[in-house]
Each structure stands twice: as C-alpha cells, then as structure tokens.
Design a protein around this ligand. Structure first.
Ligand SMILES: Cc1ncc(COP(=O)(O)O)c(C=O)c1O
Length: 415
C-alpha cells in the first residue's frame, strides 16, 4: 500500500474473479482509498498481484499472445433457447416496468418446479424463493440482513473473495477464516463458526473445484440445529457444472434452516445477464426481499423469464441438450488439463465439478506464475483467494480446447 496526502493507492482482492484482465487493470486506478471514504471501504485488503497484471498488459501491448486461464468467465455462448426466450419476453407488455424485489411470481413458480425436479425439495414460491442479480449481489447483500459491526463472519480460505469482503469487512465485521487444505479434503472444520453470526460455504467449490462429500451437509444441518445464532449461507453457483454422472446435492435436502444461492452465470454461460436466485428459510427470504427493496430494483423481467423458461426445459433435473453439450466440452477441457499437469508433476485436485483446476506448485506460487507468464500463459495465484491458497495456482478452463492444449504445451516447455 502506498500512502500520500491522505490517498492510499490500493487494489482490492475481490477483483480477481470479476471481469476481464483488462477491466481489472483499468479498475486499479479507480480503487483509490481516501481518508474521506468509510473505514469499512478503506479496510478492504490490498490486491497483491497488481505487478502481474501490469506485466501482462505490457506484454499484450507488445503484441505477445497470452492465453488467459485466469478469469472464470465462460468463453462458450449462452444456449439459443435462453437468448430466444429473452428476445420473446422483450415484447412482453410489462417488461419496461420496475421488477418486484422478490422477483416475478411466475418466475418463482418455475424456479420452484425446477428445484423440486432437480433436488426433490418442494419450495413455497411466495415465501422461500427470491430472484437475485446473480449470486454475487445476493451473497454480499444478504449479510446486511444478519451482520452487525464487530460481529464475526466465518468464511472458507481460500474462497471467492466476496464472502470476506462483501460479507464481513463491508459490514465492519471480522472474517474468521476456515482453512481448506489437502489434509481436510478441502472441507472446512465448521466448529469455529459457532462464534460467528454468519457462515459461508461453497460447493462445488471455487477455487479448488472440491465437491462436498456425502455426510458434510448432514454435519452442517446438525451444526445449524445446535447453533441457532449462526446463519448458514450456501453458495451453489456451480451446482450444475458437474461431470461424469456426478450430481451435486443441495444443502436444502438436509436442512431448510439455511439459504442457498444459485446462479445462471455458469449454468447458461450468462455471466453478463446477471440473474440467479436464493432459496431457503422463509423468514430469511422474506427479510432479504424486504432488504433488497431498499437496495436495488431487481432483475429486468425479460431476463428473469428467460431464466425461468430455461429451467423449465430441464427434465426432472436432466439438462437440455445444449447445456449437456457445454458440460461435455468443459469435462473434456478438465480431463486434458488434469492429465497434462499430472505429467508436469503439479499436484492437481481431481474433481468432477466446476471449470477450475487447483494445483499445488510449491511453497510459493509466485515463481510458477511468473514462469507461466513468460511462456504466455496467465494463471491465477492461489494466495489471491486467501492465505491457505499460498503455493497453489488456479486454472480457469474458459478457453477453447485447442488454446488450452497450446497453453499446456507452453507450460511443458523448459524454462
Ligand atoms: C463461488 C462463486 N460464487 C458466486 C459467483 C458469482 O456468480 P454470479 O455471476 O451469479 O454473480 C462466482 C463467480 O465467479 C463464484 O465463483
């Protein structure tokens, strides 16, 4: 951090997962801290890897071809049915009006139908479902329903940075880190969350790709029974990005006393359309919808309706063909990368979910990141996701197979 005349130049950690590398670099200038800004804003941690991005930008400016395996933004297009439905609903007579805070009632009906088909959990659309502006908005804003200044918020480490920053620091609360590592199978010991107001969980997991093993959600359900002062938030943004016959469970199959966030971003390759939903405990959902009424005006109804039509195309939890084809493509990419990194002796966490590959590369990942960049491949440093990510890199499989293969060839070249 560089401090001068009351201005602190700083780059926030959560930018690591959002937007393109270019946006990230441009954003650095905007994330300037100022004595007049709130403490909660100024308390956001500094971004450790500004140097890496600067170097990548310089290389690009020199015309060097970089293969970006850093950003988790799908390169594949949204399914036609999703886009077509959106076009159709643009002509709806109410599409220009303010959406309702909780989401269109018919959309919530269809979400409920999908949830029942997919997880066997029957939700009341009026009380247990709320549409969100993607998962990120909901994950961050939900904390404002629960967390007071000085409270503790339990977050996995490494993790999607929004939990610690949006969920804790921006509420003047204190993140309590629950380490994920090979020793615990990347599943946290949740006991310390007993002292926390909020506990964030995320399976299938970003950045590690880990799946929740049978038994973990039962343990969480028991924890909720014995710790009524801790609200549990499950981020299921990747629940539909699974391969090889694996179906990721919902926490709501084990307890209804929690909330779970779902997103269309990865399901329909639709990160830019900003739509998802939260389901769970009716008291929490009603509170959250009332909170949202003070913060935003919801998702445009034509986008909500495209989500609902898309979910309606599922057959008892079985995705429509276009979605299946996308998943096959991601599975192929994952198989290729896991295989090639094995040959490089990188310790890879084998997974049947997400488009992230998490690999241990040594005590400090900086040299690997730097070496990869010199070979024209951008990787994400594990410690950008928390201290327990040190020594790891994350590869996002959001490039065509041929480009990923080329990236693997480049990484295999001797330095
Ligand atoms: C674990 C996790 N949760 C939530 C999100 C955000 O999802 P959305 O695009 O729905 O806001 C991401 C995006 O990368 C993520 O990795």
């Amino acid at each position: 951090m560089f401090k001068t005349n009351g201005y602190i130049s700083c780059h926030v950690e959560f930018e690591i997962t959002g937007g393109s590398l270019q946006n990230l670099i441009q954003h650095q200038d905007k994330v300037v801290k100022d004595m007049n800004f709130s403490n909660r804003y100024n308390n956001l941690p500094s971004y450790l890897f500004a140097g890496l991005e600067k170097k990548a930008a310089q290389m690009r400016a020199q015309g060097i071809d970089l293969i970006d395996l850093g950003i988790g933004d799908p390169d594949l297009l949204p399914p036609n049915f999703f886009i077509e439905s959106m076009r159709r609903h643009l002509n709806d007579p109410d599409t220009h009006l303010y959406p309702t805070s909780q989401g269109d009632p018919q959309v919530r009906q269809k979400i409920g139908r999908w949830f029942l088909g997919r997880f066997g959990v029957d939700l009341n659309p009026d009380e247990e479902i709320c549409v969100t502006i993607g998962a990120k908005e909901g994950l961050a804003n939900f904390s404002r329903l629960i967390v007071n200044p000085g409270d503790k918020v339990a977050v996995p480490d490494p993790a999607y940075p929004v939990y610690a920053q949006g969920g804790a620091i921006l509420n003047d609360a204190v993140p309590v880190k629950l380490p994920l590592n090979p020793e615990n199978g990347f599943i946290p010991d949740i006991a310390p969350a007993g002292e926390c107001k909020l506990l964030y969980l995320n399976y299938p997991n970003n950045p590690t790709g880990a799946e929740a093993p049978a038994g973990f959600f039962s343990e969480v359900a028991n924890f909720i029974e014995s710790h009524p002062g801790t609200t549990v938030v499950h981020d299921a943004a990747y629940s539909e990005m699974t391969f090889g016959g694996y179906r990721s469970p919902s926490l709501l199959q084990f307890t209804r006393k929690a909330v779970e966030f779902h997103s269309m971003s990865k399901l329909f390759n639709a990160t830019g359309f900003r739509v998802g939903f939260v389901v769970g405990d009716s008291r929490l959902i009603k509170g959250f919808a009332a909170l949202k009424a003070q913060l935003d005006s919801g998702v445009p109804v034509f986008i909500q309706r495209a989500m609902a039509d898309g979910l309606d195309m599922y057959d008892g939890g079985k995705p429509p063909e276009e979605v299946q084809a996308n998943l096959q493509e991601y599975a192929q990419r994952r198989n290729l990368v896991e295989d090639r990194l094995d040959k490089l002796d990188w310790e890879v966490l084998k997974s049947r979910a997400t488009f992230y590959v998490w690999a241990k590369v040594g005590e400090d990942e900086a040299a690997t990141i730097d070496g990869a960049l010199r070979k024209g491949v951008i990787l994400t440093p594990g410690s950008g996701f928390g201290i327990s990510g040190k020594g790891y890199v994350r590869l996002a499989l959001c490039q065509p197979l041929a480009r990923i293969e080329e990236a693997m060839d480049r990484l295999s070249e001797s330095a």
